[in-house]
Design a protein around this ligand. Structure first.
Ligand SMILES: *Cc1c(COP(=O)(O)O)cnc(C)c1O
Length: 374
């Protein structure tokens, strides 16, 4: 198997085993234990926010964000079509409907089109943005920071002010990306930010996620809802309907070890990206004004399917970018607005191996197979 080059494998060669062993020795393996709060504090320090709460997954975090943004039955939420479906499903979990829009040149939500949609397709009355077509209240925007790039949060912030919209940042792919000018991290530039530590993300806790918010009280509330909305540790008092969304101590133990290496991983991702580029591969650029975590590399090609097939024959895992969500069965009847670029990128992008333990030989092999074909 040593010849196989995976797309994005976890790197667990640091203190993971040692910290997990500690957690097991103490007996705290579930939703209690010191590693959870330590992980939350370390993550908050890294992100320069007051608080984070550690949860089961990015998807759970996005669900909590929908609840905290008070999005409910019949409301509408603007989302990108070029993203992973977990960014959109939580809209449906709370009974709301997504409106799909296009991406920009860096694969993130096209904020100019969002502005056009608000201006041309909606009325702003009594502090509410009303979709002319459906008569429904457009309450929020989900901004996904795709592959380590960042959605233009300043443009989106202006729209949020103007139209009284909540902004939810899906920073599941962008932990460590920040604005060079201000140092503000992806996930901390708006009302709510969500991270994922699933196996293929830049750091992993096996499965897991984190939630943060501009208002620290919202973080407390997310933690409360994620812990079955338990008001009292002894008497089983619950004033609301909660969820079992809390991260476990075992996961957090892995997370602490992974956080120790996050900056090192980002440095390796940057170096490998440069190696691919200097070997002549046509990779999509990352934004100049962002220190990107460079989580995933996007090769632009006219021979997507051939290339994926040829790489596979050579033992190299690659993948096309997601199918556009508005074309998928659960979302086909939803409203869309001026989707163009997303179709183009869907046709042209192949994600190539980007694990942090890639060797120079691995990179040469990927480059050789690729340049041979295109
Ligand atoms: C990974 C991912 C999620 C979901 O995170 P999980 O931890 O797997 O639930 C959501 N949105 C995007 C864009 C992702 O890449």
């Amino acid at each position: 198997m040593s010849d196989f080059i995976p797309l994005s494998a976890p790197n667990l060669s640091g203190n993971e085993l040692s910290y997990v062993t500690d957690a097991i020795r103490t007996g705290w393996v579930s939703s209690g234990g010191g590693h959870i709060s330590e992980f939350e504090e370390r993550l908050a320090r890294y992100l320069k926010v007051e608080k984070t709460t550690a949860i089961q997954s990015g998807t759970a975090g996005l669900h909590l964000a929908m609840i905290l943004a008070e999005i409910g039955h019949g409301d509408e939420v603007i989302v990108p079509t070029l993203t992973f479906i977990a960014a959109v499903n939580p809209v449906k979990y709370v009974g709301a409907n997504p409106i799909f829009t296009d991406c920009d040149d860096y694969l993130c939500l096209d904020t100019e089109k969002v502005a056009d949609f608000c201006q041309k397709e909606c009325d702003f009355r009594n502090g509410k943005l009303i979709n002319k077509k459906t008569g429904k209240h457009v309450k929020a925007v989900v901004a996904v920071h795709v592959f380590g790039n960042m959605t233009d949060m300043y443009a989106l912030g202006e729209l949020a002010q103007k139209y009284n919209l909540k902004i939810i940042e899906d920073a599941t792919e962008a932990l460590g990306s920040y604005y060079k000018e201000t140092g503000e991290f992806a996930g901390t530039v708006s009302d709510f930010g969500v991270y994922s530590f699933n196996g293929n993300k830049i750091i992993t806790t096996s499965g897991g996620g984190a939630f943060t918010a501009r208002d620290p009280k919202a973080v407390d509330r997310a933690k409360y809802l994620a812990t079955q909305a338990k008001n009292d540790d002894v008497n089983f008092v619950h004033d609301e309907i909660g969820y079992n969304y809390r991260m476990t101590n075992l996961q957090a133990a892995v997370g602490i070890a992974q956080l120790e290496r996050l900056e090192e991983f980002i440095e390796i991702k940057r170096r490998n990206y440069e190696l691919y580029k200097s070997a002549g591969l046509k990779l999509l650029d990352f934004q100049e004004n962002i220190r990107s975590n460079r989580w995933f590399y996007s090769l632009i090609t006219d021979k997507k399917d051939d290339l994926i097939g040829r790489l596979k024959e050579s033992g190299i895992q690659s993948r096309p970018v997601w199918k556009l969500i508005h074309t998928l069965k659960p979302y086909r009847c939803c409203q869309t607005y001026e989707i163009e670029k997303a179709f183009y990128f869907h046709e042209k992008i192949v994600n190539i191996p980007c694990s942090t333990d890639l060797t120079k030989d691995d990179i040469t092999k990927v480059v050789n197979v690729t340049t041979h074909l295109i």
